[in-house]
Write a protein that binds this ligand. Structure first.
Ligand code: FE
Length: 396
């Protein structure tokens, strides 16, 4: 038995934020990030729509990037005092992820993060509130997924939460909000979405329900990401939809080791963070080559290449054509080909090598590894990471 879960309603298209007018409830708490939504006037608009719906509105602002346990607990406390029957999270992935966790602590004050990190083990939510998510970036698709990532900075631990209870009730995919993204963020989040779709398509948990979403997302991202990066408004709007389709696919089919590696290299080095979407973009071509040693995975990648009308006849030719195409996309989006060249070389080579074995072990243990079509050994994962650092060919 498999389960496929999505939000009950998706509103999409320019101006769809206005749908907030039609929510039925008494009190709404609006969970927000750093302030760009306020600066661009979207917070005022959301508040006035909710008031038009007859609701009392409270703001919970300043959720930080990579939201912390402390922020989640503070938000849950604010919710317990205000007793909203709607939680509305608006902004990038962080405020939406944080609000999902706040929701659990609001409804179940006694719960702990240790309870919540057991995958698909949440208590039944929607006892007190429903959840509406409104993304302003085009990548994480947290507005339609069953996932949230919360960081405990004191313990230095990231808690990946996964449960269909936290799949939102409503997602509003309004491209007007995504217009606020700077070009670099557009490139990184766009390639994150590409990675979601490709990993979902070759995942061992892919199914008839996730395949069409993944394939169409890949086609749209291939077609629209570059123009969106260059500032084309229509392409930006299409990307907002495409990343959401990719999210629907991977929320149900899960991901693979590109994400395992991006998660565990992201904050491992003292030179700086490797931004999630950029890490995925750099690692994806290497992982495709590695996974394609599994003939079944190779034929899935070949499907993708054919769907994109890339040249080639055999699976091997088509896999190589897909890899070449993704590398060309990276070049066109000013994404480096390897960690050594990331942000002018901020990741120190000696530190990378000294941590290689530990990072490899953590990446193998990541929640995304289980659904990858080829499970790497410790030695293979170390070689893969090295190939991602130095841009080496994969021949194993
Ligand atoms: Fe991702």
């Amino acid at each position: 038995m498999s389960r496929f879960t999505l939000p009950r309603d998706l509103y999409h298209g320019a101006g769809s934020l206005e749908e907030l007018k039609n929510l039925k409830g008494k009190r709404a708490i609006l969970v927000l990030g750093g302030g760009s939504m306020k600066r661009f006037g979207f917070v005022d608009r959301a508040v006035s729509y909710l008031k038009e719906a007859g609701m009392e509105v409270q703001l919970f602002e300043n959720v930080e990037p990579d939201p912390s346990v402390d922020t989640v607990l503070k938000g849950a406390e604010a919710m317990r005092a205000f007793e909203p029957d709607w939680i509305i999270a608006m902004g990038g992935g962080s405020p939406i992820d944080a609000a999902k966790a706040m929701w659990a602590f609001y409804e179940y004050p006694q719960i702990t993060f240790e309870d919540l990190i057991v995958p698909f083990n949440f208590p039944t939510l929607r006892q007190k509130a429903k959840f509406c998510a409104i993304p302003s970036t085009s990548g994480t698709a947290t507005e339609v997924t069953a996932f949230s990532v919360i960081t405990d900075y004191k313990k230095g631990i990231k808690y990946p939460l996964a449960d269909f209870n936290i799949t939102p009730d409503i997602a509003i995919i309004d491209p007007d909000l995504a217009e606020t993204m700077p070009a670099k963020l557009t490139a990184h989040t766009g390639m994150d979405a590409m990675t979601h779709a490709i990993e979902a398509y070759v995942s061992t948990l892919h199914c008839d329900y996730t395949d069409p979403l993944a394939l169409h997302a890949i086609k749209m991202i291939h077609e629209f990401l570059k123009n969106s990066y260059d500032g084309d408004k229509d392409a930006r709007a299409r990307m907002h939809n495409a990343q959401c389709l990719a999210g629907m696919a991977f929320s149900n089919a899960l991901l693979g080791i590109v994400h395992s590696m991006a998660h565990k290299t992201g904050a491992a080095y003292s030179g700086g963070h490797i931004v999630h979407g950029c890490a995925n973009a750099m690692y994806l071509p290497k992982v495709i080559k590695f996974n394609s040693k599994n003939p079944e995975a190779a034929s899935r990648y070949a499907d993708i290449a054919r769907f994109l009308h890339l040249e080639g006849t055999t699976d091997t030719e088509l896999v190589d054509a897909l890899i070449a195409e993704l590398k060309a996309m990276n070049v066109s989006l000013n994404i480096p080909s390897c960690i050594k060249d990331y942000e002018g070389g901020i990741i120190d080579e000696a530190e990378f090598n000294s941590k290689l074995s530990a990072v490899a072990e953590l990446a193998i243990g990541d929640a995304c590894t289980g659904s990858n079509p080829r499970i790497p050994t410790q030695e293979e994962m170390e070689k893969l990471l090295k190939a991602c650092f130095y841009d080496l060919e994969i021949d194993f």
